[in-house]
Design a protein around this ligand. Structure first.
Ligand code: SAM
Length: 284
């Protein structure tokens, strides 16, 4: 009877090649086949390590079909490694269907842990890490993105997002409008690379900074955002309602009109709403 092979889920660096673990290097050198998101990219990476192995393409669009082919190969006794372009496979990367199929078939799946941009960003953000939620990429369509953020308004755990560089400014502005411009946040870009930089501030402040500094929107980035405060008091929830109304209205109508509408809807005092509107307008 043939002994089934093992599927290794191998993390590769997110920038600095020295972050590849010794164990990862050894597994990549010993397996029979390497499944990769982009075989050209991974082929170059492996060539730099002096490793030459048969490569098998596995990406989001072919994974459902290719998972069963890989499962058959494991059942014939081949050992297989799965890598993605960078970091830990399956974290905003392909592999979930393959791991599910192999696990369900009763074959062994072994993690070879290493770099992950979300965890690296969290480790330097200085925001609460006892409880956090990984949100991956927000939807690219604005209605869906807004709906996703709306659903996170009361989330008290630290939020971790991946974002494409060209959407950083828009994303910070929208997060400020929905979650509150004063919410603490950290933008961690180009982690482990030459131009690694960590920006700390409020969502409103970071949005202004990113709009003015094109360096901030170059390369790869993770956004870590503080969770909402636990159980707001009556006054805090009133403030939040006023902020939410104002930030939305200020995007569409002049300040005085935004104040009038907010006073009418919330019943709050005009002076207080006006001061708040000025503060929000200056922050964004
Ligand atoms: N599997 C990867 C991991 O373990 O982090 C993530 C892959 S996902 C397709 C790519 C996203 O991860 C980028 O758009 C960016 O948000 C984030 N990312 C990857 N490398 C990064 C780096 N060196 N610095 C900051 N963010 C990074």
């Amino acid at each position: 009877m043939v002994t089934c092979g093992t599927l290794y889920i191998v993390a590769t660096p997110i920038g600095n090649r020295a972050d590849l673990s010794e164990r990862a290097r050894q597994v990549l050198a010993e397996v029979d086949l390497i499944a990769a998101e982009d075989t050209r990219h991974s082929g170059q990476f492996l060539a730099q390590l002096g490793i030459k192995k048969p490569l098998f393409s596995l990406h989001d669009h072919n994974e459902a079909d290719k998972a069963s082919v890989l499962l058959e190969k494991l059942q014939t006794g081949l050992n297989i490694a799965l890598v993605s372009d960078a970091g830990t496979p399956l974290v905003s990367d392909p592999g979930y269907r393959l791991v599910a199929a192999v696990g369900e078939a009763g074959l062994s799946v072994v993690p070879i842990p290493g770099a992950c941009a979300a965890i690296a960003a969290l480790s330097v953000a200085g925001l609460a890490t006892d409880r956090f939620v990984f949100e991956g990429f927000l939807p690219s369509r604005s209605v869906a993105r807004r709906a996703r953020l709306d659903a996170l308004v009361a989330e008290t755990r630290t939020l971790v997002f991946y974002e494409a560089p060209h959407r950083i400014v828009e994303c910070l502005q929208e997060m400020g409008a929905v979650l509150g411009v004063e919410r603490r946040a950290v933008l961690a870009r180009e982690l482990t690379k030459l131009h690694e930089s960590i920006y700390r501030g409020s969502l409103g402040g970071l949005a202004v900074q990113a709009a003015a500094d094109s360096n901030m929107t170059r390369g790869e980035a993770v956004l870590v955002v503080a969770g909402a405060p636990e159980a707001p008091t009556g006054a805090e929830s009133g403030n939040r309602q006023v902020d939410k109304l104002l930030t939305t209205l200020l995007l569409h109508v002049p300040l005085s009109q935004a104040v009038d509408l907010t006073v009418e809807i919330s019943g709050e005092r005009r002076n207080r709403v006006y001061d708040r509107a000025l503060a929000l307008k200056n922050a964004v």
